[in-house]
Ligand binder design. Structure first.
Ligand code: SF4
Length: 439
């Protein structure tokens, strides 16, 4: 006896037969969130959710009556079950009211959808550096958490954003509110991590048996200065210090605003190899409404021009702008129909991919303390059609999977906040080819 939602998913699998079955559950989990129920925790240690930048939850911490925020795993691996799922890594977004929940069984944990078993679930092992501390007492896991099943070190060195308030903050983003809720919950959450703290945490991490392959340097935007430095100088100093201490050990990536070439060269000279100038949403009207700070301080046209110009610094394949998949359907400003939303975003993908740039995406999860507030996410159909368009546009322009995300392909991908890597062909690790244009 199939529940209504599982029946809907099975119908969708027939309709979108070219997509791997794993992504139907992955995208649905990312948009709806996961309930931990009263499942308890597995025996032994596992990697807990670090809140590495945003909350990515459908519920604020104050409403988590079973302290789910303290026991949630960072990610889960789906595997097996009646659908024979290949190993699929999914970021955990908490929602006690989700139709998806974890349940402890005699064989470990299972994922249930409205009481029907979907598959087995594994929790990520706790990284060896997570129990260690810096000399100042801070936890190495707070300073240098890892995600993507250990592939990526996520260095949010500035946990706030200088776009503040409803007329500046990106309307879907809860970076500032998440900082406040973590502090209100009494959790250690460093506003600005010092270069010394980052280096010490990485020393600890590097002294362990670690599978990490890349690091991301990121945080909120800097509109004036931070600790006396411009945004480029502030973030590039971390890359310079990391690359000096650990030359070439990891692929260095930076998520910062769209900057002029001379600023970007500071990152390139410091050792950053991949640049993520996130444009968030393609539609011009929605960019102004959803990203009012970026619209006012930089402007959409300049943002797009700078993305294209960045090819001269990093090489086209290493300029990888993110957009928030589904945000173009958010109330009250978004498109009403999936057709219109896909048409718009497909135009953006064609624009970038025809010029050698491979965007990527993060599946939108409505965060209740963001300006957009708690609301319905984009329909699952939107996400499935987007994955088709992404895969087909990549193929049309003969682009390789973007570097710095680990392997592509269902059963191999580790990127956990979208299925875009799961739908690309099975691949060995893509290489970082910065030599193609970077001088
Ligand atoms: S620039 Fe926008 S998305 Fe980025 S941290 Fe600031 S408010 Fe959030």
């Amino acid at each position: 006896m199939r529940t209504a939602r599982l029946k809907m998913l099975q119908d969708a699998m027939q309709r979108f037969a070219g997509l791997p079955p794993e992504v139907f559950f992955k995208e649905d989990l990312l948009r709806l969130g996961l309930s931990l129920g009263s499942s308890g925790s597995p025996e032994g240690s596992y990697q807990k959710k670090s809140y590495f930048i945003f909350s990515f939850d459908r519920t604020p911490i104050r409403e988590m009556h079973q302290q789910e925020n303290l026991r949630a795993p960072e990610e889960i691996a789906l595997l097996g079950g009646p659908f024979g799922l290949r190993r699929t890594i999914v970021s955990v977004r908490l929602n006690p009211a989700s139709p998806y929940r974890l349940e402890q069984t005699s064989n470990g944990f299972a994922l249930l959808l409205e009481d029907e078993t979907v598959c087995r679930v594994e929790f990520p092992p706790e990284p060896p550096h997570y129990r260690k501390h810096l000399r100042n007492g801070k936890s190495a896991s707070e300073i240098a958490p890892t995600i993507e099943w250990g592939y990526l070190i996520y260095l949010t060195v500035f946990r706030r954003c200088q776009y503040v308030g409803s007329d500046q903050e990106c309307q879907f983003c809860d970076i500032n509110q998440n900082y406040e809720q973590q502090r209100a919950a009494g959790l250690p959450y460093t506003s600005v991590k010092s270069v010394e703290e980052i280096l010490e945490a990485l020393e600890i991490l590097a002294s362990t048996d670690t599978p990490t392959r890349a690091y991301t340097l990121t945080g909120g935007s800097v509109t004036s200065t931070l600790r006396g430095k411009s945004e480029a100088d502030f973030y590039a100093q971390y890359a310079a210090a990391i690359e000096k201490r650990f030359p070439g050990k990891w692929i260095g990536k930076a998520v910062v605003q769209a900057m002029p070439e001379e600023e970007l060269r500071k990152f390139r000279d410091a050792g950053i190899r991949i640049y993520h100038p996130n444009y968030e949403v393609w539609d011009e009207r929605l960019f102004a409404l959803l990203c009012p700070g970026k619209h006012r301080y930089i402007g959409r046209q300049k943002w797009m021009d700078r993305i294209l110009a960045a090819r001269e610094v990093f090489g086209a394949s290493c300029v990888i702008p993110n957009f928030v998949a589904g945000i173009e359907m958010a109330r009250p400003h978004g498109f009403d129909s999936v057709d219109d939303a896909i048409r718009s975003t497909a135009e953006g993908l064609e624009f970038f991919m025809s010029q050698g740039i491979t965007p990527r995406f993060t599946t939108w999860c409505p965060e209740p303390t963001s300006e957009l507030g708690s609301q319905e996410p984009a329909p699952l159909e939107y996400h499935l059609r987007l994955l088709e368009v992404y895969r087909d546009t990549m193929e049309k322009h003969r682009l390789d999977p973007p570097p710095g995300y680990g392997p592509s392909g269902a059963g191999q991908a580790v990127f956990s906040v979208s299925s875009f890597m799961d739908v690309l062909p099975l691949d060995v690790l893509p290489s970082v080819t910065t030599s193609e244009t970077a001088q």
